[in-house]
Design a binder for this molecule. Sequence first.
Ligand SMILES: Cc1cc2nc3c(=O)[nH]c(=O)nc-3n(C[C@H](O)[C@H](O)[C@H](O)COP(=O)(O)OP(=O)(O)OC[C@H]3O[C@@H](n4cnc5c(N)ncnc54)[C@H](O)[C@@H]3O)c2cc1C
Length: 408
Amino acid sequence: MAGLSAARHLADAGQSVTVLEARPRIGGRIETDRSAGFAVERGAGWIHGTQGNPLIDMTRRAGLSLRATSYDRGMSLALDATGMKIPPARLEAADAQLMDLLRQVDAQSDSPARQSLAAALVRISHGGVLPPLVAALLRLEITGDLGADPEDLDAGSFDDDAALDGGDHWIVEGYDRIPALLARGLDIRLDEAVVSVEERADGLRVTTNRATHEADQVVVALPLGVLKSGDIVLPEAALGRRRQAMERIGVGTLFKLAVPVTGALPAVDVILPADPALAPWTALYPLRQAPWPALMLVAGGKGGRALEQTSMESAMAAADALLARLQLPRIDRKRNWQMASDWSRDPFARGSYSFPLTGGGAKDFELLAKPQGKRLFFAGEHCLFAHHATVHGAWMSGEAAARDVLAT
Ligand SMILES: Cc1cc2nc3c(=O)[nH]c(=O)nc-3n(C[C@H](O)[C@H](O)[C@H](O)COP(=O)(O)OP(=O)(O)OC[C@H]3O[C@@H](n4cnc5c(N)ncnc54)[C@H](O)[C@@H]3O)c2cc1C
């Protein structure tokens, strides 16, 4: 999205632009699966917020329909470890307790000594253990949202980003319609994996698995996980301080598994497995677009990463065990379909999205967005702290990079 956004803005401004894409498809961490005859999102699922969100205009231009669905706490059903419904009043009280704790973390986190969210919570509760429901809500709110565990998140920065108003929405026809709209008329070379970008006296040389390209300027819109891996050779001058900033930003994992189930599901947007014993699962979403009962199970953080690293059969067994505990309809093995994500194993993603590690924060994201001289520019969800880990953030960062290019 960041690369397409930069290319779109530059091409619209009359520049000659070539997009080099390693995969045989566009979209990156936007990937819609239609193998079962309906749209299921392996990557980004929601448009987070409609107000001031540039994606809304694109959905209108592409004639797409939006469906308002809550991705966390709106129309939800919270179940305990035996599948019993947690009364809304109990849930609200635990939620209020968690919000109060997080407010205290925020108030105490301005000191220069940086600590993780988990450590800050232990300090605030005087070494005490969080009540089970509060601990479960912490996992649902934090690990499910950021793909990261409280032990790794910076206490002072983890929730300093900005949220857009207007609620969460699905794109009924599929999220991949947006990159398809942006790509129209662009010169995009698929299956061209960049291996190096070198500075030459008269410009830049980009080498891929297939060819060599000469360019006056380059926008590097690689995922943070790919940059961190060191797989791509970039000019040393561009890496310098960037390396330290990259060490302070992590790449989280959000594992998604979609399966058919044997019976009707509760008519809610989201089912919350609200007990620490139900980790690592962070949320279950009935797939209302499916012609038969189907469910998307989601797990965040290290537990989600472990599920991505295991076999499909083991992940399915873990999901089925969860459904049994929650007394929900089980996986329908007769219908031979499932869809799972593997972003942490994907060499062109290496994780789901960025988060501030302990000691990291907005300044590190800003540093990653800084151009190197007048030739090398950077974009990606990890380049805009206010909206990191989102599609609209990636779009905005690509637009900013294009502006920087045009200003040279
Ligand atoms: C499971 C999951 C759920 C998510 N849910 C949401 C959500 O509900 N809402 C939301 O707003 N956001 C969500 N996100 C985040 C969102 O998808 C990302 O923030 C955004 O799509 C990232 O865009 P990007 O352009 O920065 O990176 P990418 O989309 O990863 O684009 C980078 C591009 O670089 C290419 N590339 C990699 N290596 C090379 C190479 N060597 N040479 C050439 N090309 C290369 C990749 O193939 C890719 O096309 C989710 C992400 C995941 C993984």
